[in-house]
Design a binder for this molecule. Sequence first.
Ligand code: ZN
Length: 134
Amino acid sequence: MLNKIEHIGIAVKDLENSNALFAKLFGRNHYKIEQVLSEGVDTSFFQLGESKIELLSASSPESPIAKFIEKKGEGIHHIAFEVTDIVAEMKRLEGEGFKLLNEKPKKGADNKLICFVHPKSANGVLVELCQEIR
Ligand code: ZN
């Protein structure tokens, strides 16, 4: 079971400019910036009540974010859902026929274990499962 929307990921070209833009939109500043080397991304996070917005920019030309922006332009990239037991959820979703993009959970930004579900198996939505690392 997916507990709730943990955050929404937005792909941007320039993290610094977008931090300023979204700070104006949300009326508050981001609370952290984090580089995720394994994913080739720089991220920043905004907290809005229970929900978060994650901005993602490519840190290298081979980054999946660079490819995403090239194909689709800037915009909503993924929706992340909080799960209690990511390994159990990955098994459950595989059993339901969803295609997972990684075999094992990996370390994501913001102290999370994450796994992505292929958008082709979810009506075009890139779904991220995330479990807090305790
Ligand atoms: Zn995310």
